[in-house]
Design a protein around this ligand. Structure first.
Ligand code: 8YV
Length: 333
């Protein structure tokens, strides 16, 4: 009888998913949800064939060199900027992510954050709870309109398209977008979205939503010069990744009312949040929860598990992010 593959689950996940994986593999699970250092992660992965990761564990050349048996890392996230993809490929390790299953949920949240930001909902709730609501005022917590305004989207992948459809079809918004590659005409028509340059997007958007993947080139895509191009009445929403926005520059622009407001679900160095953002009234802050509904988190966990089961069962990954080199694992260095 051949030995069962061994896998490591790096964070606490649904017990039902741990159970399902245990039917296929010898599982070491971190159900206590300890946060391991890179050295602890490497020590636990050293004798494993597969890893279930959640997007916050860095998988790089140094780690892979310490894990000669490793053949697959399955991320429970659509973003995989925690992977050094080239290092995975060179080491002959398959990486996978969880696209599609979170698209609509994440687009819902992006739209909710846009509305909360433009209509000042967090500030309004705080005002009421603090007992400050004593009378009517003509401009009390007056915000920006969403219907019939111009929605700008930077990064027009699956989630960006979901936000565009919600804006165009649900709220009659004029949708413009910028992306590395322009969408085909049929997809643009479905989203009722018009392709523009990045400069035009910054200048014209009443609400700008960031949904691009985080790569080295995307670092500080929105910094002081870009914020200076935006309308003073504009709102900015980031549901992509921390690091795409220069948070210090954003805090300064919000403080000076260079732009009106921001809604942020992701932060540079999260779970730390730039202290200047915490002090501002015109920013809505949420703790990276855009995909967090119970059914969607379960679908993401199931898809990561399905990738491990299919790949280690010899059937190939379902949602691969790389094509690993066929180098034997012992050649890793
Ligand atoms: C995840 C996300 O919750 O899928 C992504 O890329 O940002 C979120 O849905 C997060 O990465 C942890 O899994």
């Amino acid at each position: 009888m051949t030995a069962r593959p061994r896998i490591l689950i790096t964070r606490a996940i649904f017990p039902e998913v741990v159970q399902r994986l245990s039917e296929h593999f010898d599982v070491e699970a971190n159900q206590a949800d300890a946060i391991w250092t890179p050295a602890e992660l490497a020590a636990r992965l050293a004798d494993k064939d597969g890893a279930f990761t959640t997007g916050s564990q860095r998988i790089d050349a140094a780690l892979l060199a310490a894990c000669p048996r490793l053949r697959i890392v399955a991320n429970m996230a659509v973003g995989y900027n925690n992977f050094d993809v080239e290092a995975l490929t060179r080491a002959g390790v398959q990486g996978t992510n969880t696209p599609d299953v979170l698209t609509e949920t994440t687009a819902d949240f992006g739209f909710a954050l846009l509305m909360a930001t433009a209509r000042r909902m967090a500030e309004a709730e705080h005002y009421l709870r603090a007992g400050q609501w004593t009378t009517w005022r003509y401009d009390l917590l007056a915000g920006a309109d969403i219907h019939a305004s111009t929605l700008g989207i930077l990064g027009m992948g699956r989630i960006g398209q979901g936000i565009a459809r919600r804006g165009a079809h649900g709220f009659g918004m004029n949708v413009i977008y910028h992306n590395r590659t322009r969408l085909n005409a049929a997809t643009e028509a479905q989203c009722r979205a018009r392709y523009v340059s990045k400069d035009e997007l910054l200048r014209s958007a009443d609400h700008l939503v960031l949904v691009l993947p985080y790569t080295a080139e995307a670092h500080h895509t929105i910094g002081a010069p870009e914020l200076a191009q935006m309308k003073p009445s504009a709102t900015l929403v980031n549901i992509a990744r921390g690091g795409i926005v220069d948070d210090a520059a954003l805090a300064e622009a919000l403080r000076q009312r260079r732009i009106a407001a921001a809604g942020l679900d992701v932060f540079e160095g999260e779970p730390q949040v730039h202290p200047a953002l915490l002090d501002l009234p015109n920013v809505v802050l949420t703790p990276h929860i855009a995909s967090a509904t119970v059914p969607t988190r379960r679908a993401m966990a199931d898809l990561a598990a399905d990738n491990l089961i299919a790949f280690l069962g010899g059937r190939g990954a379902l949602t691969p992010v790389n094509t690993p080199d066929a180098a034997p694992a012992h050649q890793r260095s």
